[in-house]
Design a protein. Structure first.
Length: 212
């Protein structure tokens, strides 16, 4: 039993190293429904990113009572991390601007592994004298909220130590599948690893699991 658990943990570690080193950023990695990792946030609660014929549309929702406030859908601008980059493959930041009458809010969405780190810059335009301010947080794909979670239900904390989640699975039942524009290793409706837009890394990850 201990040997089996060790093998599963080793496979999970290898998958995370592979996804961190080989998965590449790109516009398609932003697509989908995202929710705040902190379910008790008083800030942005969820974000939807959709690709249209003319570009990208971002819809932000903020905490309000009794229901979340819909900021509306606006066009977003993508940025690559280097001059001359190909946005399709290299985009890792989206920027969207909301004009709300009393304030202008600039939203930055930055790919952070399998998650999105967001920042909202609020500039008051109503001459109230209120100081401008900034908020930030982390978004995860809808349905996988929770800090420090790993394969099968979330992601580890980016920039920190790897949080291993030694889940069990049947290797023969695993397959690589595109889910919502992201390549994942799945077992039925349960996903084991997320490789974003990098199908080759997902295929290699499956090979690693089968080897273990």
């Amino acid at each position: 039993m201990l040997k089996n658990v060790a093998a599963i943990c080793a496979a999970a570690s290898a998958l995370f190293v592979l996804s961190a080193s080989e998965a590449s950023a790109g516009i398609n990695d932003f697509g989908g429904q995202w929710v705040n990792q902190n379910s008790d946030t008083d800030d942005v609660t969820r974000v939807s990113v959709q690709r249209t014929r003319t570009g990208l549309r971002v819809n932000v929702f903020g905490r309000c009572h009794p229901t979340d406030c819909d900021w509306g859908a606006v066009n977003a601008t993508a940025f690559a991390s280097r001059a001359g980059g190909d946005l399709e493959r290299d985009a890792d930041v989206l920027m969207a601007t909301y004009t709300q009458g009393f304030a202008r809010k600039t939203v930055l969405l930055r790919l952070n592994g399998a998650n999105i780190a967001y920042e909202v810059f609020t500039e008051f335009t109503d001459r109230s004298g209120r100081p401008n301010y900034r908020t930030s947080g982390r978004l995860v794909h809808d349905g996988v909220v929770g800090p420090g979670r790993g394969p099968g239900g979330g992601r580890g904390e980016a920039g920190g130590a790897l949080n291993e989640d030694c889940v069990s699975f049947t290797p023969g039942a695993l397959r690589v599948q595109n889910v919502g524009g992201r390549w994942k290793i799945v077992e039925g409706s349960h996903w084991v690893a997320d490789f974003g837009s990098n199908r080759a890394a997902a295929e290699q990850g499956l090979a690693i699991i089968l080897r273990y």
